[in-house]
Design a protein. Structure first.
Ligand code: ZN
Length: 134
């Protein structure tokens, strides 16, 4: 793994949170994107070298809706940048981690992504992401 790619925060209302986090960072988000397959609207903020992703549910059965129902708003996942997501999935699986999607899928921000089940990583939802080369 190379570095933390971004931290994902689950929010109830993306518009309100975009305003709030723009105030916090002193800069607006640089991109917003719907990931229909995941049932989420996202926005991304650049903070120096780091990125923060806000996630809002677009439907009731969205993982974000379920997360907020159970735990409330807050940090949802930590995403790590990897060079080769397929081999990293294989490696982590052999180490005993539970992979939620063994076939990487297209995520927000031009990435291939895979998630590890939080119950195999001390309650932390881990996202692996590999930049899709253009
Ligand atoms: Zn993410």
């Amino acid at each position: 793994m190379n570095k933390i790619e971004h931290i994902g925060i689950a929010v109830k209302n993306l518009k309100n949170s975009n305003d709030l986090f723009a105030k916090l960072f002193g800069e607006p988000y640089y991109k917003t994107e719907e990931v229909e397959t995941e049932g989420v609207n996202t926005s991304f903020f650049q903070v120096g070298e780091n990125k923060i992703e806000l996630l809002e549910a677009t439907k009731e059965d969205s993982p974000i809706a379920k997360f907020i129902e159970k735990k409330g708003e807050g940090i949802h996942h930590i995403a790590f940048d990897v060079d080769d997501i397929v081999s990293e999935i294989k490696r982590l699986k052999s180490e005993g981690f539970i992979i939620l999607n063994e076939t990487p899928k297209k995520g927000a921000d031009n990435k291939l992504v895979a998630f590890l089940h939080p119950k195999s990583s001390n309650g932390v939802l881990i996202e692996l992401c590999q930049e899709i080369k253009k």
